[in-house]
Each structure stands twice: as C-alpha cells, then as structure tokens.
Design a protein around this ligand. Structure first.
Ligand code: SAM
Length: 243
C-alpha cells in the first residue's frame, strides 16, 4: 500500500483522529498560519494554494480570513478531496439559510500533485502546506515548483512535525514514546490502522526540522522570513518569501 492509498483509507476518519492524537491542538497550529497573514504587508491575498490539503481544514480557515480572496486546495488522494468537497457542500447549504451569517468565501478543491504542481508560473500570492511536505516523494522538486508558481513577493507557509531540531533529550524521549508506542497502539485500536501510525512516526522522526529544513528551502530560491517552534511539541511553522 502506498502512502496515498493509506491516506485515502483514513480519509473519512482523518479529522477525528487528528483531534484525538493532537489533543485538539491541530486546530490552533493551523489557526497560527492564518494569524500570520495579519502581519503580511499586502492588503489582500488574491490567490492562495493549499498543497496536500487533505480534508481541507487549513483551506477553509484561510478562506474564512477577510484578507484572502481565493483559495484552491489540491491533494493526490481522490478520497481526501471528496471529504473536503463534502464539507464545502455542507457550508454552501448553510449559506443559503438566510438566518445564518456565514462568510461566503469557500475554497475549491481538486486532485493534484504537489510534486508536479499543475498551475502556471507566478500565479499565487501564497502557498501553504500543513503536515504534508514530509510525505512528498520528492521534496526538493516540490519546492522548486512552489518557487515557480509563486508571484514575486509571494509567501510560502509550512507547518510540519520534526523530532530533529529538538535538543532537549527528555522531551525527545517523550515524543519518541508517544509516536512509536502510544499512537500506533491507539491507531490500531480506534482506526485499525496501526501501520499507518508507524509510518507517521517514521516520517516525523526522519524529516529534517528547524534550521536544516530552512536551509533546504532556501536552497530552492525562497528566502527565510521566520521559523517558529510551538511550545512543548515537535511542530514548526516556517515562512519563506520569493524575492
Ligand atoms: C497528513 S495529511 C495533511 C492534510 C492536511 N494538509 C492537514 O492539515 O490535515 C498529508 C496529505 O498529503 C497528501 N499528499 C501526499 N503526497 C502528496 C503529493 N505529492 N501531492 C499532493 N498531496 C499529497 C496525502 O494524500 C494527505 O492527504
């Protein structure tokens, strides 16, 4: 089973499992991406692309931000895109109930590869990736593609896990125990997907974090603006800019 098949199998329970495994913190990690937009110099983010959008959680949050005009989410898993489109339909139905005041900007979703990005050069002001890039088969090729589709002055914001970059050995061993022992156990019981959670642990352990990852991105022509590590968890938020 390849990783896209794995995510497809998880798709219907993906949001629920995320909430459980992150103790509800995944919402705030994504929210932090949207909060960063407030600091952007541009009045408006006209075109935004969420790569490896999954069930579209970040794409919906971005579209809800008044600064953002259009959001497109792409993912290689057809099933994930179906979950995202289902959510979109539910929000669209709410929009037609006049008593409910729902922000009318909704993202659109399509199947697409973040390693061979199917959009023209210089077409986006913002590209986001939440917990997706460590799964890409060719990270460097994806980054080169992102640099191509970003407009001059456009931003790339990445949220990603990594155990590398955590120097505190005590915290590192807690993370390790949680990733390799607790998550596969619970994933096996609740979702019957023990192997999927072993894969997750493996990618989080191997993926470069902090300075190492930032250097990799900068090598693809994007200038680092900011790295933020969230308190007590192995989650990083990176911001880069195309000059
Ligand atoms: C851990 S999920 C993250 C989903 C979502 N961004 C979130 O914040 O929950 C990783 C996603 O990456 C997708 N993915 C993996 N490789 C991809 C690629 N080359 N192009 C597009 N999506 C990809 C998977 O299908 C999966 O939906």
């Amino acid at each position: 089973m390849n990783i896209i098949q794995m995510f497809s199998r998880l798709s219907s329970r993906y949001d629920f499992l995320n909430r459980i495994f992150s103790f509800g913190m995944d919402y705030f990690w994504r929210k932090a991406v949207v909060q960063e937009l407030v600091l952007f110099p541009q009045d408006k983010v006209h075109m935004s692309l969420d790569l490896a959008t999954g069930s579209g959680e970040l794409a919906f949050m971005l579209a809800d931000c008044s600064k953002v005009e259009k959001v497109i989410g792409i993912d290689l898993s057809q099933q994930m895109i179906e979950v995202a489109n289902h959510k979109r339909l539910r929000k669209l139905m709410k929009l037609h109930l006049p008593q409910l005041q729902v922000h009318s900007n909704l993202p659109t979703f399509e199947v697409g590869d973040a390693v061979n990005i199917p959009f023209a050069g210089s077409s986006f002001d913002l590209v986001t990736i939440a917990f997706g890039i460590r799964n890409f088969c060719d990270v460097k090729r994806s980054l080169i593609g992102i640099e191509r589709i970003l407009k001059k002055g456009g931003y790339l914001i990445i949220l990603e896990f990594s155990l590398q970059g955590t120097d505190n050995q005590f915290l590192k061993s807690i993370y390790w125990f949680y990733l390799w022992k607790i998550m596969p156990l619970i994933g096996g019981i609740i979702a019957r997907e023990k192997d999927a959670y072993k894969y997750l642990a493996q990618t989080i352990e191997r993926f470069p974090g902090g300075e190492n990852f930032s250097t990799l991105v900068s090598g693809c022509g994007l200038q680092r603006v900011k790295i933020r590590k969230f308190f007590a968890v192995p989650v990083y938020l990176y911001i880069f800019r195309k000059h």
